[in-house]
Design a binder for this molecule. Structure first.
Ligand code: GCO
Ligand code: MN
Ligand code: MN
Length: 396
Protein backbone atom coordinates (compact mmCIF):
# COMPACT_ATOMS: atom_id res chain seq x y z
CA UNK A 1 0.00 0.00 0.00
CA UNK A 2 1.40 3.39 -0.95
CA UNK A 3 1.21 6.36 1.41
CA UNK A 4 -1.22 7.97 -1.02
CA UNK A 5 -3.75 5.15 -0.88
CA UNK A 6 -6.88 6.38 0.92
CA UNK A 7 -7.88 5.14 4.36
CA UNK A 8 -11.09 5.91 6.34
CA UNK A 9 -9.15 8.33 8.61
CA UNK A 10 -8.80 10.62 5.57
CA UNK A 11 -12.60 11.09 5.77
CA UNK A 12 -13.25 10.84 2.02
CA UNK A 13 -16.89 10.54 1.00
CA UNK A 14 -18.75 10.15 -2.30
CA UNK A 15 -22.37 10.73 -3.21
CA UNK A 16 -24.26 7.58 -4.21
CA UNK A 17 -25.14 9.62 -7.30
CA UNK A 18 -21.47 10.21 -8.22
CA UNK A 19 -19.91 6.77 -8.65
CA UNK A 20 -23.45 5.56 -9.33
CA UNK A 21 -23.87 7.93 -12.27
CA UNK A 22 -24.72 5.79 -15.31
CA UNK A 23 -23.43 8.44 -17.73
CA UNK A 24 -26.70 9.75 -19.11
CA UNK A 25 -26.38 13.26 -20.57
CA UNK A 26 -28.71 15.61 -22.49
CA UNK A 27 -27.57 14.01 -25.76
CA UNK A 28 -27.13 10.37 -24.90
CA UNK A 29 -28.43 7.43 -22.94
CA UNK A 30 -26.87 5.68 -19.99
CA UNK A 31 -23.59 3.92 -20.77
CA UNK A 32 -23.32 1.92 -17.54
CA UNK A 33 -25.83 -0.13 -15.57
CA UNK A 34 -27.26 1.46 -12.41
CA UNK A 35 -25.26 0.21 -9.41
CA UNK A 36 -27.10 -0.98 -6.31
CA UNK A 37 -26.43 1.28 -3.28
CA UNK A 38 -25.23 -1.69 -1.21
CA UNK A 39 -22.76 -2.64 -3.97
CA UNK A 40 -21.52 0.97 -4.03
CA UNK A 41 -20.97 0.87 -0.27
CA UNK A 42 -18.90 -2.32 -0.47
CA UNK A 43 -16.78 -1.12 -3.40
CA UNK A 44 -16.13 2.31 -1.88
CA UNK A 45 -15.16 0.70 1.42
CA UNK A 46 -12.69 -1.48 -0.52
CA UNK A 47 -11.27 1.68 -2.11
CA UNK A 48 -10.64 3.19 1.35
CA UNK A 49 -13.49 5.73 1.54
CA UNK A 50 -15.01 6.81 4.85
CA UNK A 51 -18.64 7.14 3.83
CA UNK A 52 -21.36 7.94 1.33
CA UNK A 53 -23.86 10.76 1.01
CA UNK A 54 -27.24 10.53 -0.64
CA UNK A 55 -30.38 12.16 -1.93
CA UNK A 56 -33.56 10.52 -0.64
CA UNK A 57 -34.23 9.01 -4.08
CA UNK A 58 -30.70 7.68 -4.56
CA UNK A 59 -31.70 5.11 -1.96
CA UNK A 60 -35.50 5.00 -1.88
CA UNK A 61 -37.15 5.29 -5.31
CA UNK A 62 -39.57 8.18 -5.76
CA UNK A 63 -43.03 7.22 -4.53
CA UNK A 64 -41.99 3.90 -2.94
CA UNK A 65 -44.61 2.61 -0.48
CA UNK A 66 -43.71 2.78 3.23
CA UNK A 67 -43.05 -0.95 3.59
CA UNK A 68 -40.62 -0.93 0.67
CA UNK A 69 -38.87 2.16 2.02
CA UNK A 70 -38.40 0.49 5.38
CA UNK A 71 -37.01 -2.69 3.81
CA UNK A 72 -34.52 -0.73 1.67
CA UNK A 73 -33.37 1.36 4.63
CA UNK A 74 -33.00 -1.73 6.82
CA UNK A 75 -30.86 -3.45 4.21
CA UNK A 76 -28.75 -0.33 3.69
CA UNK A 77 -28.17 0.11 7.42
CA UNK A 78 -27.03 -3.51 7.67
CA UNK A 79 -24.55 -2.86 4.85
CA UNK A 80 -23.28 0.27 6.64
CA UNK A 81 -22.67 -1.79 9.77
CA UNK A 82 -20.98 -4.56 7.75
CA UNK A 83 -18.63 -2.19 5.87
CA UNK A 84 -18.04 0.35 8.66
CA UNK A 85 -19.09 3.11 6.27
CA UNK A 86 -21.04 6.16 7.50
CA UNK A 87 -23.51 8.67 6.02
CA UNK A 88 -22.32 12.12 7.15
CA UNK A 89 -24.53 14.08 4.75
CA UNK A 90 -27.99 13.71 3.23
CA UNK A 91 -30.05 15.84 0.88
CA UNK A 92 -33.33 15.97 -1.04
CA UNK A 93 -33.90 15.43 -4.72
CA UNK A 94 -35.95 18.52 -5.55
CA UNK A 95 -35.10 18.55 -9.25
CA UNK A 96 -35.87 15.29 -11.11
CA UNK A 97 -39.66 15.04 -10.93
CA UNK A 98 -41.62 17.29 -13.34
CA UNK A 99 -43.47 18.77 -10.36
CA UNK A 100 -40.30 20.83 -9.74
CA UNK A 101 -40.09 22.28 -13.24
CA UNK A 102 -40.68 25.81 -11.89
CA UNK A 103 -38.61 25.30 -8.74
CA UNK A 104 -39.31 23.70 -5.38
CA UNK A 105 -39.18 26.15 -2.46
CA UNK A 106 -39.42 29.13 -4.80
CA UNK A 107 -42.10 27.89 -7.24
CA UNK A 108 -45.03 30.20 -7.85
CA UNK A 109 -47.60 27.49 -7.08
CA UNK A 110 -47.88 27.07 -3.31
CA UNK A 111 -48.91 23.44 -3.84
CA UNK A 112 -45.45 22.81 -5.31
CA UNK A 113 -43.83 24.57 -2.35
CA UNK A 114 -45.93 22.50 0.06
CA UNK A 115 -44.92 19.32 -1.75
CA UNK A 116 -41.24 20.28 -1.67
CA UNK A 117 -41.38 21.06 2.02
CA UNK A 118 -43.10 17.76 2.82
CA UNK A 119 -40.64 15.78 0.69
CA UNK A 120 -37.78 17.48 2.53
CA UNK A 121 -39.28 16.66 5.95
CA UNK A 122 -39.33 12.98 4.96
CA UNK A 123 -35.82 13.17 3.54
CA UNK A 124 -34.53 14.84 6.72
CA UNK A 125 -36.09 11.97 8.72
CA UNK A 126 -34.29 9.51 6.44
CA UNK A 127 -30.99 11.38 6.85
CA UNK A 128 -31.41 11.42 10.63
CA UNK A 129 -32.14 7.69 10.65
CA UNK A 130 -28.87 7.08 8.77
CA UNK A 131 -26.90 9.30 11.17
CA UNK A 132 -26.34 12.32 8.91
CA UNK A 133 -25.41 15.52 10.75
CA UNK A 134 -25.12 17.70 7.65
CA UNK A 135 -28.09 18.36 5.41
CA UNK A 136 -27.37 19.91 2.01
CA UNK A 137 -29.64 22.19 0.01
CA UNK A 138 -28.81 22.56 -3.65
CA UNK A 139 -31.56 24.54 -5.34
CA UNK A 140 -30.98 23.31 -8.86
CA UNK A 141 -34.48 24.19 -10.07
CA UNK A 142 -34.76 27.37 -7.98
CA UNK A 143 -34.34 29.76 -10.86
CA UNK A 144 -35.91 30.95 -14.07
CA UNK A 145 -35.68 31.46 -17.80
CA UNK A 146 -38.69 33.78 -18.20
CA UNK A 147 -37.74 36.24 -15.48
CA UNK A 148 -41.04 38.13 -15.65
CA UNK A 149 -42.71 35.06 -14.09
CA UNK A 150 -41.81 36.17 -10.57
CA UNK A 151 -39.97 38.91 -8.77
CA UNK A 152 -36.62 37.43 -7.70
CA UNK A 153 -37.21 39.07 -4.31
CA UNK A 154 -40.19 36.76 -3.80
CA UNK A 155 -38.01 33.78 -4.65
CA UNK A 156 -35.51 34.77 -1.96
CA UNK A 157 -38.30 35.30 0.60
CA UNK A 158 -39.82 31.90 -0.17
CA UNK A 159 -36.44 30.20 0.09
CA UNK A 160 -35.96 31.88 3.49
CA UNK A 161 -39.42 30.78 4.68
CA UNK A 162 -38.64 27.17 3.72
CA UNK A 163 -35.28 27.16 5.51
CA UNK A 164 -36.71 28.81 8.63
CA UNK A 165 -39.48 26.19 8.70
CA UNK A 166 -36.99 23.35 8.30
CA UNK A 167 -34.57 24.70 10.92
CA UNK A 168 -37.43 24.73 13.42
CA UNK A 169 -38.36 21.18 12.42
CA UNK A 170 -34.82 19.90 13.03
CA UNK A 171 -34.73 21.67 16.40
CA UNK A 172 -38.16 20.34 17.33
CA UNK A 173 -37.09 16.77 16.52
CA UNK A 174 -33.72 17.22 18.25
CA UNK A 175 -31.82 15.87 15.23
CA UNK A 176 -28.75 18.03 15.89
CA UNK A 177 -28.31 18.61 12.16
CA UNK A 178 -26.78 21.57 10.41
CA UNK A 179 -27.70 22.81 6.95
CA UNK A 180 -25.21 23.52 4.17
CA UNK A 181 -26.42 25.56 1.17
CA UNK A 182 -24.85 24.95 -2.23
CA UNK A 183 -24.63 27.68 -4.87
CA UNK A 184 -24.65 27.24 -8.63
CA UNK A 185 -24.99 30.05 -11.19
CA UNK A 186 -27.06 28.15 -13.79
CA UNK A 187 -27.92 24.65 -15.07
CA UNK A 188 -30.46 23.18 -15.12
CA UNK A 189 -32.16 26.61 -14.91
CA UNK A 190 -31.17 29.53 -17.13
CA UNK A 191 -30.27 31.41 -13.95
CA UNK A 192 -30.37 30.04 -10.42
CA UNK A 193 -31.15 32.27 -7.43
CA UNK A 194 -28.32 32.73 -4.91
CA UNK A 195 -25.75 31.90 -7.61
CA UNK A 196 -22.50 32.01 -5.66
CA UNK A 197 -21.16 31.06 -2.23
CA UNK A 198 -20.72 34.76 -1.52
CA UNK A 199 -24.39 35.54 -2.12
CA UNK A 200 -25.41 32.60 0.09
CA UNK A 201 -23.16 33.78 2.91
CA UNK A 202 -25.12 36.98 3.04
CA UNK A 203 -28.49 35.22 2.71
CA UNK A 204 -27.64 33.06 5.76
CA UNK A 205 -27.34 36.18 7.90
CA UNK A 206 -31.02 36.92 7.17
CA UNK A 207 -32.33 33.56 8.49
CA UNK A 208 -34.00 32.95 11.85
CA UNK A 209 -31.30 30.45 12.87
CA UNK A 210 -28.14 31.55 11.07
CA UNK A 211 -26.03 29.49 13.49
CA UNK A 212 -27.51 26.29 12.03
CA UNK A 213 -26.75 27.16 8.42
CA UNK A 214 -23.50 27.24 6.47
CA UNK A 215 -22.31 26.64 2.91
CA UNK A 216 -21.34 23.72 0.68
CA UNK A 217 -19.20 25.29 -2.04
CA UNK A 218 -18.46 23.26 -5.17
CA UNK A 219 -15.33 23.66 -7.30
CA UNK A 220 -17.30 23.30 -10.56
CA UNK A 221 -19.96 25.84 -9.61
CA UNK A 222 -17.67 28.66 -8.50
CA UNK A 223 -15.52 28.04 -11.59
CA UNK A 224 -18.59 28.12 -13.87
CA UNK A 225 -19.28 31.58 -12.45
CA UNK A 226 -15.71 32.56 -13.34
CA UNK A 227 -14.81 32.90 -9.66
CA UNK A 228 -12.05 31.55 -7.47
CA UNK A 229 -13.14 28.51 -5.45
CA UNK A 230 -10.19 29.10 -3.15
CA UNK A 231 -11.39 32.61 -2.30
CA UNK A 232 -14.98 31.43 -1.82
CA UNK A 233 -13.90 28.66 0.54
CA UNK A 234 -11.57 31.00 2.41
CA UNK A 235 -14.38 33.49 2.96
CA UNK A 236 -16.61 30.70 4.23
CA UNK A 237 -13.89 29.42 6.57
CA UNK A 238 -13.20 32.89 7.87
CA UNK A 239 -16.90 33.20 8.73
CA UNK A 240 -16.94 29.69 10.32
CA UNK A 241 -19.48 28.70 7.68
CA UNK A 242 -17.71 25.94 5.78
CA UNK A 243 -20.04 23.11 6.84
CA UNK A 244 -19.39 20.84 3.84
CA UNK A 245 -17.55 20.84 0.51
CA UNK A 246 -18.10 19.44 -3.01
CA UNK A 247 -14.75 18.58 -4.56
CA UNK A 248 -14.46 18.04 -8.30
CA UNK A 249 -12.88 19.76 -11.31
CA UNK A 250 -14.15 22.08 -14.01
CA UNK A 251 -12.91 24.11 -16.94
CA UNK A 252 -14.09 27.69 -17.00
CA UNK A 253 -16.86 28.67 -19.44
CA UNK A 254 -18.37 25.19 -19.76
CA UNK A 255 -21.47 23.34 -18.62
CA UNK A 256 -21.22 21.74 -15.15
CA UNK A 257 -18.56 19.12 -15.84
CA UNK A 258 -18.24 17.53 -12.37
CA UNK A 259 -14.86 16.05 -13.32
CA UNK A 260 -12.53 13.91 -11.19
CA UNK A 261 -10.95 16.02 -8.45
CA UNK A 262 -7.70 17.65 -9.59
CA UNK A 263 -8.12 16.64 -13.22
CA UNK A 264 -8.34 20.29 -14.33
CA UNK A 265 -6.64 23.41 -12.91
CA UNK A 266 -4.09 21.66 -10.76
CA UNK A 267 -2.89 24.95 -9.30
CA UNK A 268 -6.34 25.79 -7.87
CA UNK A 269 -6.69 22.20 -6.63
CA UNK A 270 -3.32 22.47 -4.87
CA UNK A 271 -4.25 25.80 -3.26
CA UNK A 272 -7.66 24.43 -2.22
CA UNK A 273 -6.17 21.38 -0.51
CA UNK A 274 -3.57 23.60 1.16
CA UNK A 275 -6.36 25.85 2.47
CA UNK A 276 -8.60 23.00 3.66
CA UNK A 277 -5.71 21.26 5.41
CA UNK A 278 -4.81 24.40 7.34
CA UNK A 279 -1.28 24.69 5.98
CA UNK A 280 0.72 27.71 7.00
CA UNK A 281 -0.58 27.44 10.56
CA UNK A 282 -4.16 28.51 9.86
CA UNK A 283 -7.44 26.77 10.84
CA UNK A 284 -8.25 23.46 9.16
CA UNK A 285 -11.56 22.28 7.71
CA UNK A 286 -12.65 19.35 9.88
CA UNK A 287 -15.63 18.02 7.91
CA UNK A 288 -15.68 15.17 5.40
CA UNK A 289 -13.78 15.58 2.12
CA UNK A 290 -16.69 14.94 -0.21
CA UNK A 291 -16.37 14.28 -3.94
CA UNK A 292 -19.29 15.40 -6.07
CA UNK A 293 -17.96 14.28 -9.42
CA UNK A 294 -18.81 11.82 -12.20
CA UNK A 295 -16.62 9.27 -13.99
CA UNK A 296 -16.09 9.98 -17.68
CA UNK A 297 -18.86 8.65 -19.88
CA UNK A 298 -16.27 6.50 -21.62
CA UNK A 299 -15.90 4.21 -18.61
CA UNK A 300 -17.21 0.81 -17.58
CA UNK A 301 -17.38 -0.16 -13.91
CA UNK A 302 -13.62 -0.70 -13.66
CA UNK A 303 -13.18 2.92 -14.71
CA UNK A 304 -15.65 4.02 -12.03
CA UNK A 305 -13.49 2.69 -9.20
CA UNK A 306 -10.37 4.00 -10.91
CA UNK A 307 -12.12 7.40 -10.86
CA UNK A 308 -12.94 7.10 -7.15
CA UNK A 309 -9.38 6.12 -6.23
CA UNK A 310 -8.09 8.92 -8.47
CA UNK A 311 -10.09 11.62 -6.63
CA UNK A 312 -8.76 10.46 -3.26
CA UNK A 313 -5.17 9.83 -4.32
CA UNK A 314 -4.87 13.21 -6.00
CA UNK A 315 -6.15 14.88 -2.82
CA UNK A 316 -3.54 13.06 -0.71
CA UNK A 317 -0.71 13.73 -3.16
CA UNK A 318 -1.59 17.44 -3.22
CA UNK A 319 -1.73 17.46 0.56
CA UNK A 320 1.81 16.06 0.75
CA UNK A 321 2.99 18.59 -1.84
CA UNK A 322 1.36 21.47 0.01
CA UNK A 323 3.10 20.38 3.19
CA UNK A 324 6.45 20.28 1.41
CA UNK A 325 5.80 23.71 -0.12
CA UNK A 326 5.06 25.30 3.25
CA UNK A 327 8.13 23.67 4.79
CA UNK A 328 10.39 24.85 1.97
CA UNK A 329 12.93 27.28 3.52
CA UNK A 330 12.87 29.53 0.46
CA UNK A 331 9.08 29.83 0.71
CA UNK A 332 9.28 30.57 4.42
CA UNK A 333 11.87 33.22 3.72
CA UNK A 334 9.90 34.82 0.87
CA UNK A 335 6.70 34.97 2.93
CA UNK A 336 8.50 36.35 5.98
CA UNK A 337 9.59 39.42 4.04
CA UNK A 338 6.17 40.39 2.74
CA UNK A 339 4.79 42.56 5.51
CA UNK A 340 5.74 45.37 7.87
CA UNK A 341 4.37 43.66 10.98
CA UNK A 342 5.28 46.47 13.40
CA UNK A 343 2.70 48.77 11.79
CA UNK A 344 -0.18 46.28 12.07
CA UNK A 345 -1.47 47.24 15.55
CA UNK A 346 -2.00 50.78 14.32
CA UNK A 347 -4.35 49.64 11.57
CA UNK A 348 -7.19 48.17 13.55
CA UNK A 349 -9.43 49.70 16.19
CA UNK A 350 -9.76 53.43 15.64
CA UNK A 351 -8.68 55.88 18.32
CA UNK A 352 -7.53 59.50 18.10
CA UNK A 353 -4.13 58.37 19.32
CA UNK A 354 -3.88 55.81 16.51
CA UNK A 355 -5.06 58.30 13.96
CA UNK A 356 -2.31 60.69 15.10
CA UNK A 357 0.38 57.98 14.92
CA UNK A 358 -0.89 56.87 11.52
CA UNK A 359 -0.57 60.38 10.18
CA UNK A 360 2.94 60.66 11.64
CA UNK A 361 4.26 57.47 9.99
CA UNK A 362 7.08 58.18 7.52
CA UNK A 363 5.36 56.65 4.45
CA UNK A 364 6.79 57.46 1.05
CA UNK A 365 4.54 55.94 -1.63
CA UNK A 366 7.23 56.01 -4.35
CA UNK A 367 9.77 54.44 -2.03
CA UNK A 368 7.37 51.67 -0.98
CA UNK A 369 6.27 51.03 -4.56
CA UNK A 370 9.86 50.47 -5.77
CA UNK A 371 10.21 47.15 -3.91
CA UNK A 372 9.63 44.02 -6.01
CA UNK A 373 7.65 41.43 -4.12
CA UNK A 374 9.16 38.20 -5.39
CA UNK A 375 5.81 36.64 -6.28
CA UNK A 376 7.16 35.32 -9.58
CA UNK A 377 9.73 33.32 -7.59
CA UNK A 378 7.11 32.24 -5.03
CA UNK A 379 4.69 31.03 -7.69
CA UNK A 380 7.40 29.24 -9.67
CA UNK A 381 8.54 27.40 -6.53
CA UNK A 382 4.92 26.36 -6.02
CA UNK A 383 4.69 25.17 -9.63
CA UNK A 384 7.86 23.13 -9.21
CA UNK A 385 6.48 21.49 -6.06
CA UNK A 386 3.34 20.62 -8.02
CA UNK A 387 5.36 19.39 -10.99
CA UNK A 388 7.54 17.30 -8.71
CA UNK A 389 10.94 18.74 -9.49
CA UNK A 390 11.60 20.20 -6.06
CA UNK A 391 12.34 17.96 -3.10
CA UNK A 392 11.03 18.94 0.32
CA UNK A 393 13.46 21.30 1.94
CA UNK A 394 15.68 21.63 -1.11
CA UNK A 395 16.41 25.09 -2.42
CA UNK A 396 18.23 23.99 -5.55
C1 GCO B 1 -24.61 19.57 -9.45
C2 GCO B 1 -24.87 19.60 -8.00
C3 GCO B 1 -25.47 18.42 -7.37
C4 GCO B 1 -25.65 18.59 -5.87
C5 GCO B 1 -26.31 17.41 -5.31
C6 GCO B 1 -26.43 17.47 -3.81
O1 GCO B 1 -23.76 18.81 -9.90
O2 GCO B 1 -25.15 20.41 -10.11
O3 GCO B 1 -23.61 19.78 -7.45
O4 GCO B 1 -24.63 17.34 -7.59
O5 GCO B 1 -24.44 18.78 -5.21
O6 GCO B 1 -27.56 17.32 -5.89
O7 GCO B 1 -27.36 18.39 -3.47
MN1 MN C 1 -22.59 19.60 -5.82
MN1 MN D 1 -21.78 20.26 -10.11
Amino acid sequence: MSRFDPIPEDRFTFGLWTVGNPGRDPFGDAVRPVLHPVHILRKLAECGAFGVNLHDNDLVPFGAPAAERDRIVREFKAALAETGMVVPMATTNLFTHPVFKDGAFTANDSKVRAYALRKTLDAIDLGAELGAKIYVFWGGREGSEADACRDPRDAIKRFRDALDFLCEYVRDRGYGMKFALEAKPNEPRGDIYLPTTGSILHFISTLSHPEMVGVNPEVAHETMAGLSMVHAVAQAMEANKLFHIDLNAQRIGRYDQDLRFGSEDLKQAFLLVRLLEGMGGRGRYEGPRHFDAHPYRTEDETGVWEFARGCMRTYKILKAKAKAFDADPEVIDLLAHQESWEIDPLLKGYSREKERKLRALPLDANDIARRGLGYERLDQIMMEHILGTRDAGSTS
